[in-house]
Design a protein around this ligand. Structure first.
Ligand SMILES: Nc1nc2c(c(=O)[nH]1)N[C@H]1C(S)=C(S)[C@@H](COP(=O)(O)O)O[C@H]1N2
Ligand SMILES: [Mo]
Length: 258
């Protein structure tokens, strides 16, 4: 691995940066850009070929850059939902998520409901990576969790499954939060269900008790408060069809490679 950013990373970062500047730094949430048709057009243009290009040039297994302990910031800001108010979530939070389960079902041979304790006892991996939000901010944090491929191997994903849909416990203005990724990103070595941040159990603001890390994509793909992962043939048949909350609500691109 090299430390030099790829041209693709540079162009995406430049794009995100210039939009943040153009909007005067007044962005307070991902939906600040919603009304902007120019932004939507920019996203559509950027998505065309982004995934194929990134994978062709850089390879499916290319790792996102990892940082050292001294690069870790004081905290990773909580963004989007900072504290779900859904009754079920509040009940779980009140008992420190002792009853939280992660269900993996859909196109799998062994649909399974994993207890949080089981997941925390699985082989863990840790990585120090940079989270990049579409609003133009970044934060470096140390994430610990279980590799997603490890979970997928336990439930035995069927051949027809091409995507994973992540169902979250929080509801926003337009409905429940959700996201989806393809099997290449699902089985990428850095993709994990994280339960700790900077050596502490994941705070509620950052997605307690379990959130996705999919390091080669922008922040909105990193689903927080995940309680179910569904293997599907086509994410276009779920929710609004866009493959994610912001994809449906604001036309964000489904593949948000960085
Ligand atoms: N369930 C859920 N996941 C979510 C969001 C959300 O509102 N709800 N916001 C997304 C966005 S836009 C970003 S930038 C990151 C923020 O993660 P953080 O709060 O740990 O910074 O989570 C993503 N995942
Ligand atoms: Mo974001």
């Amino acid at each position: 691995m090299t430390d030099a950013p790829s041209p693709l990373i540079l162009s995406r970062r430049a794009l995100v940066g210039s939009l943040a500047v153009a909007s005067g730094g007044l962005l307070s949430g991902c939906d600040a850009l919603n009304a902007n048709q120019g932004w939507r057009d920019t996203l559509r243009l950027a998505e065309k070929g982004n995934m194929a290009l990134q994978r062709a040039l850089l390879g499916s297994d290319r790792l996102a850059r990892e940082y050292s302990a001294r690069d870790i910031g004081r905290s990773v800001p909580a963004n989007g939902t900072r504290a779900p108010t859904d009754a079920d979530y509040l009940r779980q939070a009140a008992t420190e998520f002792s009853d939280w389960t992660l269900t993996i079902d859909g196109l799998v041979e062994r649909p399974t409901r994993f207890a949080l304790g089981q997941i925390r006892a699985m082989p863990r991996q840790t990585q120090i990576t940079r989270h990049d939000c579409v609003e133009g901010w970044s934060a470096i944090g140390k994430w610990t969790g279980v590799n997603l491929a490890h979970l997928l191997d336990k439930v035995k994903v069927k051949d027809g499954a091409r995507y994973l849909v992540f169902h979250c416990a929080d509801t926003l203005r337009a409905g429940p939060y959700y996201e989806s990724i393809d099997m290449t990103d699902a089985r990428h070595p850095q993709t994990m269900m994280a339960w700790a941040l900077n050596d502490e159990l994941l705070p509620i603001g950052n997605g307690a008790p379990l959130r996705l890390r999919v390091e080669r994509q922008l922040g909105y793909k990193h689903a927080k408060y995940v309680r179910r992962i569904e293997a599907v043939a086509d994410y276009r048949l779920s929710y609004g069809g866009g493959g994610g909350y912001w994809e449906d609500a604001a036309g964000y691109e489904w593949y948000a490679g960085i």
